[in-house]
Design a protein around this ligand. Structure first.
Ligand SMILES: Nc1ncnc2c1ncn2[C@@H]1O[C@H](COP(=O)(O)OP(=O)(O)OP(=O)(O)O)[C@@H](O)[C@H]1O
Ligand SMILES: O=C(O)[C@H](O)COP(=O)(O)O
Length: 631
């Protein structure tokens, strides 16, 4: 029964999209073994990559032997394990993440998350279920018309090929009567579940009311998988079975599975603005990767920790010790940690700033580093050439400004090139997704995550509060796999810090290729001269894009990246559409992608003002979210 369902899932995912066919074709060269089937039943889709699934399945066997929880009771933890017999006539509560960006006229500017939700919904309606679809949109405080889900109905209907009915509420008598009149194969979209504050508070009574609408529960909201809210976690206490949807499963396959059990050498590229927002990710990846490449604003904290002068670059003064300890940890673990050797510096934080390329050890006072330099790109590329798996989170520079986008774009292009050679490339959500989209190479990556905050938490090794109807949720199982896999030893390179100088040593060959020792010792310099004011401007400008409106993809620290900023209707980054299997494709229709936070669209005159608004909003949102995360 389960394998029939898995086949059905397979055919749905294969049904459209050339990319998926490519992946499946590759898989078809490999023998389909009983372990592959069991892997599928256990929640790891063989569609993703049969080699991976077979490998995972063997891990399952070994884990099973050790009596690890969660393996034996996984028979029906994915929607693909449900059959027509399970679904026909049944009311299924589907929690999706349809938190898509809307412009000022309520037009969807990026429908990726809607497209990503389609396979699960289609599977359910094709099997005769009555789908009660729930999502949040933005972070409304109470009922807020601009966060109504009404604008989503036409696109949902179009993609599903049926007329989706929308309720004006998500609980109550009106909803109950709409559910009662829902035909088999019908879809009822509930109004924004965050119109009730009880949602984010995960209040059991509210969860119970939601649950009372349905017979079973499917969570496919990967983007919200790190939130323990009533519709994501609370309902599972009242609805059995509670299973993962195809998108959630697919994200886990890559973000947990591939990272925990990667083809080696395994490189992680971590960038972004601040080291503080990536501590967990870096620490977690240091446990697993062979090579760690660092870029973005965070590198200046590392430089400064090494005693280098960083001008007015972004520095987190309170994270200097942390940076030093991360370097030491890399060294202790034998991970090859590469910091850029040269940087592109600017005389102000602006797209038209004067710029020049300097060694990382020679940043003059009054200048700030906004991108990695060409020598670093070359070094990074050489390191990446040795890899079999690469995960990337966070841009290498201020890629929103053309002048400082080259490092980030070079990484995107390199990963695209590697993907075509069969290297597994995973983009962990957020701004890196925007960058990949901007370069136009999203379609060739192995996996692009639909979740910013959720993917970060997964990469940090956290257990997400998604369907856990039993001690054996897919997420927990996946993490059990990760632990089992962590015994695999790598043959890493080393990082050395000599006499206060930064130096990367190659300690032999990696993947048959010797890494050149291109990262030269860096000279010490004094006069740290950090300029708080400049840094503030820098921060502010970055935050400006979080200016207003609904949430979209988030960082853990700054969770309100929303629609394209300042009246922009620019295309947001395209994410894995989920509807057409792996790897993600770019079908060219409908708005590109979501979850990535939107491209920078100009409006620089308003930086200060927007920054102020953004910061205020972030502050406001943060207060709520500190409490609501992982309740
Ligand atoms: N050298 C730099 N100085 C200042 N800001 C930088 C620098 N390099 C990159 N950034 C900024 O970092 C921001 C992205 O940081 P963030 O930590 O949010 O990355 P991300 O992980 O991709 O996003 P998310 O957390 O949403 O997944 C970009 O807006 C970029 O402009
Ligand atoms: O956009 C996102 O990343 C998700 O929809 C989660 O949104 P939230 O940060 O408002 O919970």
């Amino acid at each position: 029964m389960a394998s029939t369902a898995a086949t059905a899932a397979l055919s749905i995912i294969k049904s459209t999209g050339g990319a998926a066919v490519t992946r499946s074709s590759r898989a078809s060269f490999l023998p389909i073994t009983s372990t592959a089937v069991s892997a599928r039943r256990l929640g790891f889709s063989a569609v993703v990559d049969s080699r991976f699934s077979v490998h995972v399945a063997s891990k399952v066997q070994s884990v099973r032997g050790k009596g690890t929880r969660g393996v034996i009771t996984m028979a029906k933890k994915s929607v693909g394990d449900l059959t027509s017999a399970d679904l026909k006539g049944k009311k299924v509560f589907v929690r999706a993440d349809l938190n898509v960006p809307l412009d000022d006229n309520q037009n969807i500017t990026d429908d990726t998350r809607i497209r990503a939700a389609i396979p699960t919904i289609k599977f359910l309606i094709e099997n005769g279920a009555k789908v009660i679809l729930s999502t949040h949109l933005g972070r409304p405080k109470g009922v807020t018309p601009k966060f109504s889900l009404t604008p989503l109905v036409p696109r949902l209907s179009e993609l599903l090929g049926i007329e989706v009915v929308k309720a004006d509420d998500c609980i109550g008598p009106e909803v109950e009567s709409l559910v009662a009149s829902l035909p088999e194969g019908g879809v009822l979209l509930l109004e924004n579940v965050r119109f009730y504050k009880e949602e984010e508070k995960n209040e059991p009574e509210f969860a119970k009311k939601l649950a009372s609408l349905a017979d079973l529960y499917v969570n496919d909201a990967f983007g919200t998988a790190h939130r323990a809210h009533a519709s994501t976690e609370g309902v599972t206490k009242f609805l059995k079975p509670s299973v993962a949807g195809f998108l959630l499963q697919k994200e886990l396959d890559y973000l947990v599975g591939a990272v925990s059990n990667p083809k080696r050498p395994f490189a992680a590229i971590v960038g972004g603005s601040k080291v503080s927002s990536k501590i967990g990710v870096i620490e977690s990846l240091l446990e697993k990767c062979d090579i760690l490449l660092l870029g973005g604003g965070m590198i200046f904290t590392f430089y400064k920790a090494q005693g280098l002068s960083v001008g007015s670059s972004l520095v987190e003064e309170d994270k200097l010790e942390l940076a030093t300890s991360l370097l030491a940890k890399a060294k202790a673990r034998g991970v090859s940690l590469l910091l850029p050797t040269d940087v592109v510096i600017a005389d102000k934080f602006a797209p038209d700033a004067n710029s020049k390329i300097v060694p990382a050890s020679a940043i003059p006072d009054g200048w700030m580093g906004l991108d990695i330099g060409p020598d670093s790109v070359k070094t990074f590329n050489e390191a990446l050439d040795t890899t079999q798996t690469v995960i990337w989170n966070g841009p290498m520079g201020v890629f929103e400004f053309e002048k400082f986008a080259q490092g980030t774009e070079a990484v995107a292009n390199k990963l695209a090139e590697l993907s075509k050679k069969g290297v597994t490339t995973i983009i962990g959500g957020g701004d890196s997704v925007a960058a990949v989209e901007k370069v136009g190479v999203a379609g060739v990556m192995s996996h692009i995550s639909t979740g910013g905050g959720a993917s970060l938490e997964l990469l940090e090794g956290k257990v997400l509060p998604v369907p856990s109807p039993s001690p054996s949720s897919p997420v927990k199982l996946a993490l059990a796999m990760a632990m089992a896999a962590s015994i695999i030893q790598s043959s890493p390179l080393s990082f050395n810090s000599n006499n206060g100088k930064l130096q990367i040593h190659s300690s032999g060959s990696l993947g048959g290729i010797k890494l050149q020792n291109r990262v030269s010792p860096l000279g010490l310099s004094s006069g740290l001269g950090s300029r708080r004011q400049s840094l503030l401007i820098c921060h502010s400008a970055i935050n400006a894009k979080c200016s207003e409106g609904q949430t979209q993809t988030v960082t853990r620290e700054s969770p309100t990246i929303t629609q394209a900023p300042v009246h922009s209707k620019e295309k947001s980054p395209s994410l894995d559409d989920g509807g057409d299997g792996f790897p993600p494709r770019d079908d060219g229709d409908g708005g590109g992608g979501g979850g990535g936070g939107g491209n920078w669209s100009g409006g620089f005159f308003f930086f200060g003002f927007l920054a102020f608004l953004g910061l205020l909003k972030d502050k406001e949102g943060e207060e709520d979210y500190r409490g609501s995360r992982r309740r």
